[in-house]
Write a protein that binds this ligand. Structure first.
Ligand SMILES: *Cc1c(COP(=O)(O)O)cnc(C)c1O
Length: 488
């Protein structure tokens, strides 16, 4: 046996300190000069091949590792931290959150549980969310990787509550009758994925038609429930969406709550986009009824701009939540004292080892205050309305869906009516805008109409960015029509 014992700690902390300071300086430069850089750019071949080198068997100085990253990583990021990124549905992160991630790793605690200050922070963040959502103090909740996992945890608890059998022991084959989950046809795909994973299959999710504002049709929902009951199927859960991903539509949560109460159905709210509207002074009313839910899924990494990842689920009935996931091996028994005293956080979800993602949320909430974060939500909604007005005022552009929140769906038409040609034209506009580095919109198809989609979930966006973007869309649209004429 060798007397020489190794560690991952550096031999010389001085050079680590200097490099750490350098990284902070570079990070601040990166963020403060963000606006001047392209939102996104294609990686050159040299960068792609850099990431294909074989596993490094021998050491190299951290300075060299970092120098490689400076060159090959940050210039080729997604761009969602840039003021003109509005694609899909992201958040735009924040520096305090990044420091929180760093300090969480320095603390190093495993948030599966344990009698630690880190666990106190995890519990406190969930308690704050309960308070902000109007949930009772004795409700429970857990931080998750994101909204998909938050929704799946809630659907699992709902399923176990309504299964009609001890489903943990018997499995779904022991259930006396099939169960159904209901949501609008705008529901996020993660619910289907969750029901597939939970063993019920996609057919356990009934998608109800939506109205002209893309909200779930309440009469159609009631019909579907009545029909299922008549056919021996048990209605188990209605998923109301507070802010759909396609268009930002807000289901009528008050009516859904009433149906759930009357029918003995679990009321789940997918609030990944909209739950935090509760914080927004001018738009809080859009989620009236959310406080009546049995469970809420939310995504701090969207409208709170927590660096990825951070989701959260709240469950009104803490006992049912605990009863769904509680599990302890012989090697992991709770104690009255010592490090294994208190709440075991892994008893509220699938994962045992858990990261300290609470800290990045906790620090940003404390630093900014809930009120400011709420105002930023209002700001994005008002920016979407501003963009809507610019589009409405321009005859070359067509608004494709009502703007009820912070998502604007529109397309460049300039008199073109053929759907295939419009799709080709707008897809090419989207790609050229992305490749220009000026902005990142994405696209979707609504009622057969392909369109550009601008989801303004970004604390760095200014109105002038939206004007600049529209000018670019119009410019590229005209350019494409010119190319078409030249080729004809
Ligand atoms: C983003 C989103 C999800 C999924 O959340 P992730 O954090 O991406 O896993 C679920 N529902 C809605 C409405 C969303 O917008």
């Amino acid at each position: 046996m060798s007397d020489f014992e190794e560690t991952l700690d550096p031999d010389d902390w001085t050079s680590s300190r200097n490099l750490g300071h350098q990284m902070i300086d570079d990070a601040i430069a990166h963020l403060s000069e963000m606006r001047e850089r392209p939102v996104w750019q294609e990686m050159p071949d040299t960068v792609r091949s850099f990431f294909k080198s074989p596993a490094p068997m021998a050491p190299q100085p951290l300075d060299a590792v970092y120098a490689d990253l400076r060159e090959n990583l940050l210039p080729y990021s997604m761009g969602n931290i840039h003021p003109r990124f509005w694609g899909w549905y992201m958040g735009s992160s924040n520096f305090t959150g990044a420091l929180g991630d760093f300090l969480a790793a320095i603390d190093g605690s495993n948030l599966g549980g344990g009698n630690t200050a880190a666990a106190m922070i995890d519990i406190q963040v969930v308690n704050w969310f309960k308070e902000l959502m109007g949930f009772p103090e004795d409700a429970s909740g857990t931080l998750t990787s994101g909204g998909s996992m938050a929704n799946m945890v809630a659907l699992n608890v709902a399923r176990n509550a309504l299964a009609g059998v001890d489903v943990r022991a018997e499995g779904i084959l022991g259930m006396p009758q099939p169960i159904r989950f209901y949501a609008s046809d705008q529901v996020h795909s993660c619910h289907q994925k969750a029901l597939e994973t939970l063993g019920h299959g996609a057919s356990a999710l009934t998608e109800i038609e939506s109205d002209d504002h893309n909200r779930i049709s309440i009469p159609a929902l009631q019909d579907a429930i009545a029909k299922d009951r008549a056919n021996g199927i048990k209605p188990a859960c209605i998923i109301g969406t507070a802010g759909t991903t396609n268009t930002g539509a807000l289901d009528d949560l008050v009516s859904i709550a009433e149906i759930c109460r009357r029918e003995g159905i679990w009321f789940h709210v997918d609030g990944c986009i909209g739950a935090f509207l509760r914080l927004a002074p001018r738009h809080k009313h859009l989620v009236d009824g959310i406080d009546q839910a049995d469970s809420i899924a939310m995504d701090p990494h969207k409208w709170l701009h927590t660096p990825f990842e951070a989701g959260c689920v709240l469950i009104r009935d803490a006992q049912r939540h605990f009863g769904t996931f509680e599990m302890h091996g012989h090697y992991l028994q709770m104690q009255e004292r010592g490090l294994m005293a208190g709440t075991f956080l892994a008893d509220y979800g699938f994962e045992l080892s858990r990261g300290f993602k609470a800290l990045k949320i906790w620090m940003s909430l404390k630093e900014n205050g809930v009120e400011k974060l709420g105002r930023l939500i209002d700001q994005n909604i008002e920016q979407a309305r501003y963009l809507q007005q610019l589009i409405a005022a321009n005859p070359k552009l067509e608004l494709v869906a009502p703007v009820d929140l912070n998502i604007v769906c529109f397309r460049y038409t300039n008199g073109v009516t053929d759907e295939d040609r419009l799709k080709e034209l707008n897809t090419e506009i989207m790609l050229r805008v992305q490749e220009s580095g000026l902005a990142v919109p994405s696209d979707t198809t609504l009622d057969g109409k392909h369109c550009l989609r601008v989801a303004i979930n970004n604390h760095r966006t200014r109105r002038q960015d939206l004007g600049l973007f529209l000018d670019t869309v119009l410019h590229i649209g005209a350019e494409l029509e010119g190319e078409r004429r030249a080729n004809a």
